[in-house]
Design a protein around this ligand. Structure first.
Ligand SMILES: [Zn+2]
Length: 162
């Protein structure tokens, strides 16, 4: 036995994994995942970050691939209010017949199909606010949209208000 434990990882945390103890026979570290699973993982995988959970993280991401995006407004835990508002706005407009094909339907700027552009124009939704149009007869746009406080509406209220 020339290879011992190079590094004591006991008690250290790597993303969702809390290192419990060294398992000599398998030369791996026994880790407890935040979800409750226990798994033995190689030290290099932990340190390099190639393994960050028992597998539950990957499963969650596969379930909703749309959440894995770069702007930081979607996480595996929950979507940000900004993202939800944007998403609801898009779906609301599309339900009404699409844009800009149906001029009577509520529409939004074509650039807003990309969440990043919406975010650039509107900024992040302040806590407890929702997206509202200043003029309810007009379309969604940078000029016509504003973040307004919920005014004590139910938390389950649709974040997009007409
Ligand atoms: Zn897990």
């Amino acid at each position: 036995m020339t290879r011992g434990v190079k590094l004591d990882l006991t008690g250290q945390r790597f993303s969702r994994l809390q290192v419990v103890e060294w398992v000599k026979p398998t030369k791996k570290w026994r880790c407890k995942c935040d979800c409750g699973c226990v798994k033995e993982i190689r030290a290099d995988s932990l340190i390099q970050g190639t393994v960050r959970s028992c597998g539950c993280l990957r499963r969650e991401m596969l379930r909703e691939p749309g959440r894995v995006v770069s702007h930081g407004h979607t996480t595996y835990k929950r979507k940000s209010a900004t993202y939800r508002s944007w998403s609801n706005m898009i779906h609301r407009c599309l339900r009404q017949g699409g844009t800009p094909l149906n001029p009577k339907a509520l529409s939004f700027p074509p650039a807003w199909r990309a969440f990043e552009n919406f975010l650039t124009d509107m900024g992040a939704c302040p806590a407890g606010h929702c997206l509202r149009r200043r003029d309810a007869d007009d379309d969604f746009s940078r000029e016509n949209c504003v973040w307004v406080p919920y005014w004590g509406k139910a938390r389950t209220a649709n974040p997009v208000e007409g």
